[in-house]
Design a protein around this ligand. Sequence first.
Ligand SMILES: Nc1ncnc2c1ncn2[C@@H]1O[C@H](COP(=O)(O)OP(=O)(O)OP(=O)(O)O)[C@@H](O)[C@H]1O
Ligand SMILES: [Mg+2]
Length: 231
Amino acid sequence: MIEARNLTFKVVAAGGEVNILRGIDLEVGRGEAVGIVGPSGSGKTSLMMLLAGLERPSGGVLTVAGADLPAMDEDALARFRRDQLGIVFQAFHLIPTMTALENVAVPLEFAGRADAFERAGKALARVGLGHRLDHYPGQLSGGEQQRVALARAVVAEPSLLLADEPTGNLDRATGLMVMDLLFDLRVHLGTTLLLITHDPALADRCERQLSMADGQITSDSLVAPQTMLSA
Ligand SMILES: Nc1ncnc2c1ncn2[C@@H]1O[C@H](COP(=O)(O)OP(=O)(O)OP(=O)(O)O)[C@@H](O)[C@H]1O
Ligand SMILES: [Mg+2]
């Protein structure tokens, strides 16, 4: 699903060039769940932005779901995101002037699906929000908004789900509920998952864990099955 070789990402800031990712080598197979941990500023979000084709690498090889991202133009990258990716961020990024149902239907409408609203309704029911279809984001709690964002991320049945601190803005109990849903959806869809989290207990729910520090991957380990069961 993901192949990165010597992937680098630099930006030019006021103080000069900043090396944000410094040679990432990574292979992720279809269906894997990978937790990514690491200190603030270690490059986790930057890596996710490259994988999503939302930022361009400065160097190296990057193939995601068979797509050679560095070789693609903006239109091709937008189609790649639409067809292959689901993305969930810490901030929910819902469109405030659209209802829950409309927010979830957007990616399907972009894809020209005639059944966009029917499928969006089903996705919202799956995250327990079948009774909130006509509510606007401002009329929903934080946990409900993130469940709408989750429904939107999975409605087109993506092959890769990228989640960056999806429970970072939620209290612990609500966060756990959203996380349970995320893992349920992953099992239901058989999608590959990359989950960035500060919470080691949440990362433990992924069968594989990466640690990042200072723009590099510093460890890559498989979690013992008994640890996953007790998590
Ligand atoms: N556009 C940019 N210009 C300058 N520096 C940047 C830019 N984007 C990211 N950085 C820097 O790159 C480093 C990595 O940032 P990134 O957001 O990837 O970290 P992170 O691991 O996701 O951190 P956190 O856990 O706080 O979310 C940080 O030091 C950040 O300040
Ligand atoms: Mg981050």
